[in-house]
Every structure is written in structure tokens, then in C-alpha cells.
Design a protein around this ligand. Structure first.
Ligand SMILES: *Cc1c(COP(=O)(O)O)cnc(C)c1O
Length: 465
């Protein structure tokens, strides 16, 4: 019988994260400050602890995972690698489909891989309390869980509309001891300003990020820092445990060649976690297709240019070189909340420029259709974000069938959808529709960037137009 799951023992868990900054054909361009000059690591010190800032700029290929992080990882890691036998049979594909189940963590997604590491490093640095923002609540609950593991206080600014409409993630945070406040709040001067201007605003991720950063940098005790769940280099680094485990598991079952790697991408950390260790093979000559998948409604990788832009709406963050729809862009209210972000991680963006990966986009309805097929074959109910990877996986499995090729397809199953069933309800009752961003709306979002410096597009040492 063919095995459905491949496990690693706790002894076999990788002891180091993989840093792709060591191997990218061209180095990342630096973040820029308000004056247009590269910022120094010191400038970030009020926001992040120095040990994480060091990781942010490190070009060491392998970075040791501290024992104190491994101890908490052991609660749910190593995660099983599944073979999607039932889906393969349903599709009649000769492809072998494997998926890494990151939904088995306590909060139910890949996000604690970095939340735990970030809480650990902050604790080591003497920090007592973390602030962050959350949209639908997945990141807030992951950080709430991580802070509970290390005895840190945690304050989460949750986008008002989700705070009101989605009580379950908020209750998870509360259960782990985190304080969750509706944003905009009266606790920060930025929040008070917004409330004065727009008392009935539903809030936005940009507003919440600004409040969380303000709360961290204005705390007079000096013992509060801010934590971000995606986009930054150190966040992507922590997620590479996913791809490194996957490689060990494939080796265990004798799969030597991977043909296709697929993961959904919001800020890019879930994709990077699975894909970066495989991109290393590709840089070293392996042939493989690597697909980050985004919603057609928020087409950061497939339609937005590579620019310098802020990570937040209030322009508090440095300018980062990335694919971006513009920091003022407000994505339509699709159900995959974790994929509604205007930018893409600089490291993932650079991989796109270097032609190492090929972005794809899918409509919401096809994603839900794929997630329902998945639930009725593989059993697991997927997060709406994960559903984007499923749609692409099913396409690739069908393509392998047409070509009559025994391809090996690897996918990151980023999280379960048990807290997201209202989205399924909307799908079943035909309330969802597809959304294509009109050109003029896309151009409007980009107008805010016209006066910013432009990053050079470097491909293997040469600038391209
Ligand atoms: C947050 C989230 C994503 C997107 O995360 P990024 O790492 O920022 O791309 C994908 N899937 C699930 C289940 C999530 O919670």
C-alpha cells in the first residue's frame, strides 16, 4: 500500500533555517528612509529587537534554530507530509500530489512558525510585551499563542469590521491571554485622529499596523516591540522549516525529483517557507516550475510593478523594493483575508524579477470550488487562502494528465478553514462573485508612488528595463 502520510521524528526536525539571501543571484536593494537614503539597522531598533534586525540583514546561508524555539516547535512539528491519493484518483491524474499540512499547529496555520521564533527572540532581548495588527485574526491568534508560550504580554489591534463580525479568532486570542482591541482605537493618537475624522470607519489593515507600531515605539518603559507576520526577511527565514522538512520527507520515501511547487501568497511568507529551499535547487540547476498563487482581486504579483513602496497605509515603515499595488490600495472584500495585502515580500519579488518563480492568479469562485472538491476527497476543510493553492494544484494535476506525465507536485496546505466557514456559507448560497481589478483602479493605486525612488531591476548582474 502507498503511504498517505510521511512523518519525521522529533529528532529529525531541521536544526537550522535556510536564508536565501546567501544565494540570490542579485542582492536585495536596501530599504530606504524618508530622505530616500538607505536606512541603517539602528533606525529599526525602536520597532524590533536587535537580534531580529540582525537576521533581517544577514547573508549567512544557514541560521541555527535556538533550542528554546525547537522546544515549542515540538508541540506540533515536524508536520506530516500527505500524499493526496484520493484527489489523484478522482482526477485520474498520473501526477503524484504531496501536501505539507501546516494546519496542525495550535492556531491552525503556518503562522506560528515565525510567531514562536519572534516571541522567543524578543524575550531573549528582555522585551516584556509585543504589539501587532490582525485582519481576519489568523496572525493575531498565532502571536497570542506564541506569547503565551514564553510568558510575554501581547496586544493585538484588530480591524474593526473583523472584530465585530468574526468573534472566534478574537476569542482564541483572549483564551491565550492576549489583549485584542478593535482598531481604530482610542488608545493611540493615530487611532483617535481617525475616529474623529471617520467615527464609523470599518478600519483597515493599514490603520491597524500604524496603531500597533505607534503603541510599541511610544511605550516609555522601552520594553515593548512590534511584530509583523509576513513580508520581512526574518519572517520568511523562520518559515523555511516547512520546505526543509518537506525535503527530508521526500528523501525518506524515495522521491528524487520535484517538478512543481505551489503555495498561496499574501505577504509571501507561507510561499517562501515551502519554496525557498527548492529555489536553492533551481538556482543550482534543477528544472522545476514554482508557482506563488494570489487572488485575481488583489493582483500584486501578476499585475503590479516592481517599485519602492511603504508596507503600511500611514507610511510609517521604510520604503521596500517590492511588487506593490500602492500603499493606499484597498483590496475588495474577498474572503481570503490573509491574501488582501497591497505588497509582496521583497525576497519573493526579487525571485520574480530573476525568473525563478512564476506567479499565477485565481478567481474566488474557482478557489471555493476547489476547496469543496478537496474536502470531499481529502477530507480536510481548507482556509480560503489555502484554496488558491488548491485551484492551481488541480490545474497542474489535470495538465499532467493531458501530457501523460508522472509529475511530482508539492503544495503547502497553509491552514484549515474551521474558523472561516461563513465564507463557505456565502459560496453555497451563491452570494460570492468574481472580481477583476479595472485598469484605472490599478493605476490610481500606483499614483501615490510616482514621487518615490525607483529600484533597479537587476537580473544576474545586469539591469533590465
Ligand atoms: C495568513 C495566511 C496566508 C497568507 O500568508 P503569507 O504568508 O503572508 O503569504 C495563507 N494561508 C493562511 C491559512 C493564512 O493564515
Amino acid at each position: 500500500m502507498v503511504a498517505v502520510k510521511t512523518f519525521l521524528t522529533e529528532d529529525e526536525i531541521p536544526r537550522q533555517w535556510y536564508n536565501i539571501q546567501a544565494d540570490l543571484p542579485d542582492p536585495l536593494q536596501p530599504p530606504l528612509g524618508p530622505d530616500g537614503n538607505p536606512i541603517t539597522p539602528d533606525a529599526l531598533a525602536p520597532v524590533f529587537p536587535m537580534n531580529l534586525i540582525e537576521q533581517e540583514v544577514s547573508t549567512e546561508r544557514w541560521i541555527d534554530i535556538p533550542a528554546g524555539v525547537l522546544e515549542v516547535y515540538n508541540l506540533w512539528r515536524p508536520t506530516p507530509l500527505y500524499r493526496a491519493l484520493a484527489l489523484e484518483k478522482y482526477l485520474g491524474t498520473p501526477a503524484r500530489i504531496y501536501y505539507k499540512n501546516e494546519g496542525v499547529s495550535p492556531p491552525g496555520s503556518h503562522k506560528p512558525n515565525t510567531a514562536v521564533a519572534q516571541a522567543y527572540y524578543n524575550k531573549e532581548f528582555g522585551i516584556k510585551r509585543l504589539t501587532t495588527e490582525t485582519g481576519a485574526g489568523q496572525w493575531g491568534s498565532a502571536l497570542g499563542f506564541a506569547c503565551a508560550m514564553y510568558g510575554l504580554e501581547c496586544r493585538v489591534y484588530m480591524v474593526r469590521i473583523s472584530f465585530d463580525q468574526k468573534p472566534f479568532r478574537r476569542l482564541m486570542m483572549q483564551t491565550w491571554g492576549a489583549e485584542c482591541v478593535a482598531s481604530p482605537s482610542t488608545e493611540t493618537s493615530f487611532g483617535r485622529k481617525i475616529l474623529e475624522e471617520m467615527p464609523d470607519t470599518p478600519g483597515s489593515l493599514g490603520i491597524s499596523i500604524s496603531e500597533a507600531i505607534e503603541a510599541a515605539v511610544t511605550d516609555q518603559s522601552g520594553q515593548t516591540r512590534y511584530s509583523l507576520g509576513s513580508v520581512l526577511n526574518h519572517v520568511l527565514l523562520h518559515q523555511t522549516i516547512v520546505g526543509l522538512e518537506t525535503k527530508k520527507q521526500l528523501q525518506k520515501i524515495g522521491e528524487k525529483k520535484v517538478d512543481v511547487v505551489i503555495a498561496c501568497a499574501g505577504g509571501g511568507s507561507n510561499f517562501a517557507g515551502l519554496a525557498f529551499p527548492f529555489i536553492l535547487d533551481k538556482i543550482n540547476g534543477a528544472e522545476m516550475e514554482i508557482y506563488p498563487v494570489e487572488p485575481t482581486a488583489c493582483p500584486t504579483m501578476t499585475r503590479a510593478p516592481f517599485v519602492y513602496d511603504h508596507g503600511d497605509t500611514a507610511t510609517m515603515t521604510p520604503l521596500l523594493p517590492m511588487h506593490s499595488l500602492g500603499h493606499t490600495f484597498i483590496p475588495p472584500p474577498i474572503h481570503a483575508g490573509g491574501l488582501r495585502y497591497h505588497g509582496m515580500a521583497p525576497l519573493v519579488s526579487q525571485c520574480i524579477i530573476e525568473n525563478l518563480i512564476t506567479p499565477r492568479s485565481y478567481h474566488q469562485l474557482e478557489c471555493y470550488k476547489s476547496a469543496v472538491l478537496w474536502a470531499r476527497t481529502e477530507g480536510f476543510i481548507s482556509a480560503p487562502e489555502t484554496a488558491h493553492a488548491l485551484a492551481c494544484t488541480i490545474d497542474e494535476a489535470n495538465k499532467a494528465k493531458e501530457e501523460g506525465k508522472e509529475k511530482v507536485i508539492i503544495m503547502n496546505w497553509s491552514g484549515h478553514g474551521l474558523m472561516d466557514l461563513l465564507g463557505y456559507d456565502s459560496y453555497f448560497s451563491d452570494k460570492l462573485h468574481d472580481y477583476v481589478l479595472p485598469d484605472d483602479e490599478l493605476n490610481n493605486g500606483l499614483k501615490a508612488l510616482e514621487s518615490f525612488p525607483k529600484p533597479a531591476k537587476m537580473v544576474r548582474g545586469k539591469q533590465v528595463p
